[in-house]
Design a protein around this ligand. Structure first.
Ligand SMILES: [Zn+2]
Length: 54
């Protein structure tokens, strides 16, 4: 199942792909903040949304 992870503040697509990745790994790739709006990404509460890609 394809996975898409977007910033809940601005909708920036942090990850979009066929491979399932844990959200913490994706957040680490961006050094803990959204590259588009600069929002600090945290796992608790979950600031990213994981949903199937269309
Ligand atoms: Zn953002």
């Amino acid at each position: 199942m394809p996975q898409r992870v977007v910033c809940q503040q601005c909708g920036y697509v942090l990850y979009d792909g066929a491979e399932l990745k844990p959200p913490d790994e994706i957040i680490q790739q961006y050094y803990g903040k959204c590259p588009n709006c600069g929002k600090k990404l945290a796992l608790v509460p979950l600031d990213v949304e994981v949903k199937p890609a269309e």
